[in-house]
Design a protein. Structure first.
Ligand SMILES: [Zn+2]
Length: 389
């Protein structure tokens, strides 16, 4: 007996796929389902092989089709007050509760529940599945998948990223770039500060510059379609120094940039590095040649800025029972990464981001139904070979 989307969702939720843990048990389950329908899949694994992206194509392999993309990892439940076992789906009259219900195993469940329909007849336009790992910790898995896809002769033309948008079509989100910065000075007794280089004070100068970037970014570009209408800069933690009477040798802090997708993320980062390298560092080195400021990129994903008349938007409008363009969102997705290799993307999936990452995360059953309906229409259009624009 084929499983419907709710039944598959219950199975997916039961795999604890918290980011950075292995997702292989879930991937195995998905692989077997695809196998049952004679669909070959390939894995693109993490370096240590403990996690995997799964990619599969149904239909002709000589042309690009429509990709359904979702991440298999979920955020931790640690410290959250759940009223039921997060890894055992609770079935209510209207809601299905469990970790990952809306973010975003619901979408993956719908995609898999459609397999019998997908394989019931030949497809003119291929369908692709792309299920990633470690999205929640900075789109780590999808990056490897995108690298692999970039080398394929044929890749998807269009992509629907099924993050929870209540099935509205979302065309934009910000990108993000984060760094760990280590400022190294020179230590000495605090009574003799002239012979030292105070790492905390130079870090503070750099942090203040980063803070000032908010005003500059705001003056440069605003986009009222975002609730925070400009690129933002933020320092999240700082550690430095050992004792008050010692000039601190080292100070470490982390910061992030969330850019409007119209604004070049690396250029914004460059301004900060430039200040560190050209203003702070020469001053530090004049006091001691061993002084240094090091930047280590800790995560990065590009924003998404899809035009309202783009092929993916026209196409999705033709299959989605919810014909609503949603507001740009503040959360990031893998869409920008796929978009960078020429796969036109939008974000559209069942459930609401309001419930994501929270205790008692749920998805409304009628959201799954809407997604099932969209996929039914999608399959029909793939059968008919509807133009992808
Ligand atoms: Zn998500």
């Amino acid at each position: 007996m084929a499983m419907n989307s709710e039944q598959i969702l219950a199975r997916l939720i039961a795999f604890d796929t918290t980011s950075r843990q292995s997702n292989l048990a879930l991937i195995d389950f998905v692989r077997n389902l695809l196998d049952d329908h004679a669909i070959e899949s390939q894995l693109v694994t993490s370096e240590d092989g403990a996690r995997a992206n799964l990619y599969a194509t149904v239909g002709p392999d000589d042309r690009g089709g429509v990709m359904l993309s979702g991440h298999t990892d979920v955020v931790p439940t640690t410290g959250q007050d759940w009223h039921s076992d997060p890894y055992q789906m609770k079935i209510g009259d209207e809601l299905l509760t469990g970790r990952g219900a809306c973010d975003m195993k619901g979408f993956i469940a719908c995609a898999l529940a459609a397999l019998p329909d997908i394989t019931a007849g030949a497809l003119e336009t291929p369908l692709h599945f792309a299920f990633s790992y470690d999205e929640e910790v900075g789109c780590v898995g999808a990056r490897r998948l995108v690298d692999a896809l970039a080398g394929f002769e044929v890749r998807p033309r269009l992509g629907i990223i099924g993050e929870p948008t209540s099935m509205q079509m979302v065309l934009g989100h910000k990108g993000k770039l984060s760094y760990r910065v280590t400022v190294s000075g020179f230590s000495c007794h605090s009574a003799y500060i002239d012979s030292g280089v105070n790492a905390v004070e130079y870090a503070a100068a750099l942090i203040d510059f980063i803070r000032g970037m908010n005003q500059r970014a705001q003056a440069e570009l605003t986009d009222p379609s975002y609730s925070v209408p400009h690129s933002t800069f933020h320092v999240g933690n700082v550690r430095g120094g050992t004792a008050l009477n010692i000039v601190p040798r080292e100070c470490e802090f982390e910061f992030e940039i969330r850019n409007l997708p119209q604004q070049d993320l690396h250029r914004l980062a460059h301004d900060i590095r430039h200040y560190a390298d050209e203003v702070l560092l020469p001053d530090m080195r004049e006091r001691h040649p061993a002084a240094d400021i090091r930047f280590e990129e800790t995560s990065h994903y590009p924003g998404l800025h899809t035009a309202p008349d783009a092929a993916i938007v026209r196409y999705t409008r033709g299959i989605n029972p919810v014909d609503t363009l949603g507001d740009n969102v503040s959360f990031g997705t893998e869409a920008g990464l796929f978009d960078e290799i020429g796969i036109g993307c939008l974000v559209c999936g069942p459930g609401s981001i309001e419930q994501a990452h929270k205790p008692d995360e749920f998805i409304a059953r009628d959201q799954l139904e809407l997604c099932d309906r969209m996929l039914k229409n999608l399959i029909r259009s793939c059968r008919d070979g509807t133009k992808l624009g």
